[in-house]
Design a protein around this ligand. Sequence first.
Ligand code: PMP
Length: 442
Amino acid sequence: MSASIAAAAPVYLDWNATTPVCAEAMAEMLDAMQHAWANPSSTHAPGQAARRVLADARLRVASFLGARPAELVFTSGATEANHLAVLGALASASGRGGIEGMHGLAAAHGAAGRVRRRLVLSAVEHPGLLALADRLAAEGTPVHRVPVDREGRLDLAAARASIDSDVALVSLMGANNETGVCMPLAEVAALAHAQGALLHVDATQLAGKAQLSFAASGADLMSVSAHKIGGPKGVGALLVRKGVAITPLIAGRQERHRRGGTENLPGIAGFAAACERTAATLERDMAAMAALRHRLEQGLAAALPAVRVLGAGANRLPNTSCLSFGTLAAELVLARLERAGIVASSGAACSAGGTQPSHVLLAMGLDEAEARSGVRFSLGRDTSAADIERTVAAATAALAPLLRADANATVAPSAANAAGQANAPSAATAAAAVAEAAAMPA
Ligand code: PMP
C-alpha cells in the first residue's frame, strides 16, 4: 500500500452505522440555535417562535414518513423510540389504557380490558431491543423470538404459530441493519391484528432506503432515527397510530404527554431538513446504490471466489451487502481493509475478551466461525463508482494472499480440522486475526 492511498480520505462504507450530517441539516440546526433557542413551551413571543419551528419540523418529518403530525413523538433516537414502543405498549396492554378494541376485535374476543402480556419479536432485532426483551423476560414477561431462515427471512409459519390472543405487541424491524434483509411487514401486521395485538416496526434502517409510509405499512408504532438519513445523532421519533395508547416512559407535558422533556429543537430541525433532503433524491439514490452494490458484490466475487453474499436470496435494502470472506474472521478483514483506506464494519460485537459472533448470522444458521466472518458494507448517497472500484481493488490486493494462505493451510489438515471442525479458520488465519485485533484501537 502506498503512502498516498493511506493519506487519502478513507472510503466510508458504513452508512448503516451512521451518516455524515448533510449541509441542509447543519444549516437548519444552526438557524434553530440562533433564532429558535427559546423554550417551545413558553407562552411569550420567543417561545411561540420556537413553537412554530417545532410544529413546522413535525409536519415535515411526518410528511416524509407518511404519518400525521399528531402521530409523531420526538425522542432521543431509535433506541428510546423502541423502548417507548415496547414498554409503553406492554404497560398499556396490562390494563392501563388498553389496546383491546383497536382493530375492532374487542367484541370478537369479548375481552375489553383483558390483560395481554406476551411480546413477540424476531431473533434478529437490534441488540438494544433484544436486550430489553431479555430484561423483560427475566422480570416475568413471556417473550417469544421468531426465527429466520438461512437467508435471514422471517419464518412466517413460526410467526403465525406464536402470535395468539395473549400477545400484546409484535415488534419487527423493517430491515435488518447487518444484512439489509427486509421483513414482511404487511403479512405480520395482518397476523398481529387478527389476534388483536399491536405491531411495532423498527424502521431505523428502512427509512431513507425505501419508500416508507406509516399509514400504508399497517404498523401501529414505528421507530426512526435522524442520524441514519443525514440528520444529527440523538434525535429520532416514535410514530403512534391515532387511537393507540402507550404509557409514557418519561412523564411530562411535552409531545402530548407521551414524552416529557424540553424538545431538542436544533436536532429536530436538522431531522426535518434531512428528511426533505433524503426525499428529494430518494428514488435516484436507491437505484444508484443498488447498481453500485451489485458492482461491489460482482467485483469481489469475481476476484475472490471465497466471497459469499449473506442473505443474497432475500429481498434486501439496496445499499447493504453482508459478505463473508471464506474463513477469514471479520476483524482481520476489516483491519486489512482499513489499512488500505476502506472503512466498513461487522455485526459481530467486540468486547475485551474478543469478538462475539453476530446474533443475526447465528440466527440464520451459520456456525460460530461463519458468524464471526460477516463484513458489512453499507453504501450511501455520496458513495461513488470510484469508491467501489477502489474497494474492489483494495480488498482483492489485501485479502487474496490471506485467502490463498488459508486455503493451503486447510488442505494440510490443521488440528481444528482433525477435530472435525472443517469450517473453522485455519490456525494460521486465526493467529493472524488475534494479532491484528490486538493492534486495533478499541
Ligand atoms: N434499530 C436499528 C435497526 C438500528 O440499526 C439502530 C442503529 N444502529 C437503532 C435501532 C438505534 O438507533 P439510535 O442510534 O438512534 O438509538
